[in-house]
Design a protein around this ligand. Sequence first.
Ligand code: GLN
Length: 243
Amino acid sequence: MKKSVIVLLAVTMMICLSACGGASSQKLVMATNAAFPPYESVDGSEIIGIDPEIAKLIADDLGRELVIEDMAFDSIIAAVQSGKADIAMAGLTVTEDRKQNINFSDPYTEAAQVIVVKKDSTVTCPDDLEGKTIGVQIGTTGDIYAGDIADAVIERYSKYFEAINALNQDKIDAVIVDREPAKVFVNDSDELKMIDEEFTLEEYAIGVAKENTELLDQINASLKKLQDSGKIDEIINKYIKAE
Ligand code: GLN
């Protein structure tokens, strides 16, 4: 055989080995929005946080390779429905409306919506939001709840950071956002405070396509193991310090 033919064969074999995967491990694609600390945020070239760490343990348990796709929050559910992603993990609150479109795993943590305002604000509780201009992130539960407040004007941003910036610049009166991200945003600023009274209590769970019941069962089994072994608490406590 000519040398060039041998080289060609070797190259073809290498391509096939890597593409077809020698010890092929199936991917587990997670859709998220990595601007939601401490659940997910960008750190250099990595996406870190509670959700990616839990997802990694689930992927390991299922013998699959975790791949994280960062996208706009309001694209996440569609990504799972279309099969572009296998799971949604994004501090994603379980709601009856969302259950029409995707299935949810058992919840892995509790959460809440809270109000963030300027330190000198007259707003002290959810009822004070009547008639105010409220910033939310598009498609979130905060967006939905803001819609129920009498006479409120809702400003919808594609990122929480933009809503927080608008608040800092006095363009809006308040932001409704999940409690742990709220703490991070407030800690990063001298001018903001979080109102203690919770707006609503929620639960976060993993979203899976309706037809993918096998994966849902596997994830629930995996979550149970991780909960029983204390691994989930360990990850959460690493990112959320008790007060
Ligand atoms: N928990 C909120 C929701 O599910 C916000 C999540 C997020 O912005 N990542 O709507």
